[in-house]
Design a protein around this ligand. Sequence first.
Ligand SMILES: Cc1ncc(C[n+]2csc(CCOP(=O)(O)OP(=O)(O)O)c2C)c(N)n1
Ligand SMILES: [Mg+2]
Length: 298
Amino acid sequence: MPKFTIPKEEYLYKGHSGCPGCGTPLALRYALKALGPRTVLNFPAGCGGVVLGVWPGYAMKVPVVDNAFECTAAVANGIRAGFEVKGVDDAYVVGWAGDGATVDIGLQALSATVDRNSNIIYVMLDNEAYMNTGIQKSGCTPIGAWTTTTPVSGGKGYNLTPKKRIMDMLVANGIVYGATVNIAYPEDFVTRMQKAKDIRGTKFIHVFAPCSAGWRTDPSKSVEIARLATQTGTFPLYEVDRGKYSLTKEIKKRKPVDEYLKLQGRFRHLSKDAIADIQKLVDEEYERLLYKVKVTNG
Ligand SMILES: Cc1ncc(C[n+]2csc(CCOP(=O)(O)OP(=O)(O)O)c2C)c(N)n1
Ligand SMILES: [Mg+2]
């Protein structure tokens, strides 16, 4: 019999308002299973805060604070400071923001939080665009992807820039712990969150979560697509613990990136040459990661 290590308790009830195939409810469920009931979350505008439900319905079992778009990390700092004044030492504070709210609009507040090493967990739910407002390109949109602000016409016009290297930016900033997780690997997701909650200081969790509406995919294939992102090396799973990189999911033989791209309408326009270029980029990034693992452990 396999040994199941994921806690059974649920902190996200039925009745959330995520679209079919949305990765966010799974991510919330896994994160809260690891953290438990003594957790406060704060959300900026974006899908994360919206999927919790529409009043008078509400799907969360833990308290939630809403904040303005650019200040998720600052508000999490404030909640932690309030707890410190009140002598509350047994609760987790989680700032939970989208990719746009993190790598673009909330970056300064996050950087200052890492600088202060405030005792919070910052979760970035990466669905690779500003989804809640209609699929606009963010700093996390991958190269080659269609969005509503990178329209494809005559084979040109899709996103031409690779994803920001947010983890490396935060490592350079001095973050104590960072990890990438994927909704297709729940055991690893829960393990990384459990590790993060026991470390004091600012922790950063980069969650890979498909958006079927924005990626133009079959909602029933979200987990399969998310798994392919890791199996192809497009979204590798690793952690950085006090500057040391290590792979948390080793992929012995990476699948061709085309297997991941071809399931998604947002990449439908790509030529064979463009796919070959993306394969090269994924290979180079993966080699960079392996190099970082080697040099930081040597
Ligand atoms: C300062 C500010 N700018 C823009 C908006 C409009 N806005 C609300 S949600 C959203 C998209 C959020 O994208 P992301 O952070 O990636 O989260 P997602 O919805 O994709 O989960 C935007 C642009 C806002 N609320 N406040
Ligand atoms: Mg987003």
